[in-house]
Design a protein around this ligand. Structure first.
Ligand SMILES: Nc1ncnc2c1ncn2[C@@H]1O[C@H](COP(=O)(O)OP(=O)(O)OP(=O)(O)O)[C@@H](O)[C@H]1O
Ligand SMILES: [Mg+2]
Length: 365
């Protein structure tokens, strides 16, 4: 429901800078996912939006009203936090109905709300069970039910599906998004699982070392990462190659890699620039090598390794530009270890070569 703005927020814990100048605008009714390495400040940001901790500097606005000093109870928030899930001394039912009870609703309404959210989340555990008797995954479901029972305007979720098995987590992520949209809530969902984020978010926020590295739709982050870090973090593995801009025609460019391979692509960088080329494993096509390879965006190589990934096969291919990881749909065509192949780089992203070096540019910490 509300539009949320985080403006210039800083937060330190002793010597650790947890948030280092964060600005974020989450629009009314939006489902935003925050991803980033461990320790990048995701939970701290969520807790500041919730009002659980205070920023050292900066402000939080809900619908342009400053809420920085407003206590948690007055922000209209339902939340599932990473560390504290439930009241340990209350049974499942009392946990779920805690918020309607404290608001003084009559018994019938409380029972209706409790049953409604439990049905919505398909919770079948014994209502009299205590949190210690439930699995971590069940506790997360109860925490989610409790958050929804508070009839919030904003849902803040910190790794809400992390303890569920892969199958249940996948089913529930779509359900979560559907519920949020149906109820018209604004949701911010922190997750380690970039696939989860890409599949349900309207926009994804990538955090790194207390800063926001990029905000964009899943497709924007996937196709147009702004930094080598985002390129590596989104979509799993990435290949990085070094080269320079050999020729320029408007925005079109020919990139020459270190060992002479030429790539036709686009870049705003001027001729002569030292560049880093990122290629996703699924954007490389492997072909049988029939004759000598000529032409742009083509390379030759030898299959070094092969792993079965279910729907795909992951190959490691040795080329003169280094070893490249390639992911191909299974069943199209298959290659043996040791086989000579041709590679075509279908889609590449060009970055200015990081001054700090590649390893530092893509490091998590
Ligand atoms: N209460 C606290 N006291 C001291 N340091 C803290 C506290 N809370 C967070 N930190 C530190 O601030 C940094 C950011 O922590 P935060 O919990 O926000 O990271 P995160 O991105 O949520 O990580 P994770 O993915 O592991 O949950 C970390 O270095 C963490 O150790
Ligand atoms: Mg966290």
């Amino acid at each position: 429901m509300p539009d949320i703005k985080v403006v210039d927020v800083y937060k330190r814990f002793g010597r650790i800078v947890a948030l280092d100048g964060v600005n974020l605008h989450v629009r009314d009714g939006e489902y935003v996912c925050i991803i980033g390495p461990s320790g990048s400040g995701k939970s701290t940001l969520l807790k500041i939006i919730a009002g659980i901790i205070q920023p050292d500097r900066g402000d939080v606005f809900f619908d342009d009203v400053r809420v920085t000093d407003l206590p948690l109870e007055e922000r209209g928030i339902g939340m599932v936090m990473q560390d504290i899930l439930l009241f340990p001394h209350m049974n499942l039912w009392d946990n779920v109905t805690f918020s309607p009870l404290t608001r003084g609703y009559n018994r019938e309404i409380i029972v209706n709300i409790g049953n409604e959210v439990m049905n919505l989340l398909k919770i079948r555990a014994d209502k009299k069970a205590y949190p210690s008797e439930l699995s971590r995954g069940e506790q997360q479901m109860i925490a989610l039910a409790r958050a929804l029972a508070s009839r919030p305007r904003v849902l803040l979720l910190d790794e809400p599906l992390a303890s569920l098995d892969a199958h249940a987590a996948r089913a529930l992520r779509y359900e979560l998004r559907r519920m949020v949209k149906e109820l018209g809530l604004t949701a911010i969902h922190v997750t380690h699982n970039q696939e989860e984020a890409l599949s349900i978010a309207d926009r994804v926020v990538v955090m790194r070392k207390g800063k926001i590295e990029q905000v964009g739709t899943p497709l924007e982050l996937y196709l147009m990462p702004k930094t080598p870090f985002v390129s590596r973090f989104i979509g799993g593995e990435a290949n990085f190659l070094e080269g320079h801009v050999a020729q320029k025609y408007g925005n079109k460019a020919v990139i020459e890699l270190r060992n002479g391979t030429r790539l036709c692509t686009y870049t705003h960088l001027p001729q002569g620039s030292h560049v880093l080329v990122a290629v996703r494993p699924e954007h490389i096509v492997l072909m049988k090598k029939t004759k000598e390879i000529h032409g742009e965006n083509m390379l030759e190589g030898t299959i070094e390794d092969k792993n079965f990934l279910g729907a795909c096969i992951r190959y490691v291919v040795k080329t003169k530009e280094g070893s490249l990881i390639v992911r191909m749909r299974r069943g199209v065509i298959s290659f043996r270890i040791g086989e000579d192949v041709a590679l075509r780089l279908d889609k590449v992203v060009i970055f200015e070569y990081p001054k700090e070096g590649l390893l530092k540019a893509i490091a998590y910490e």
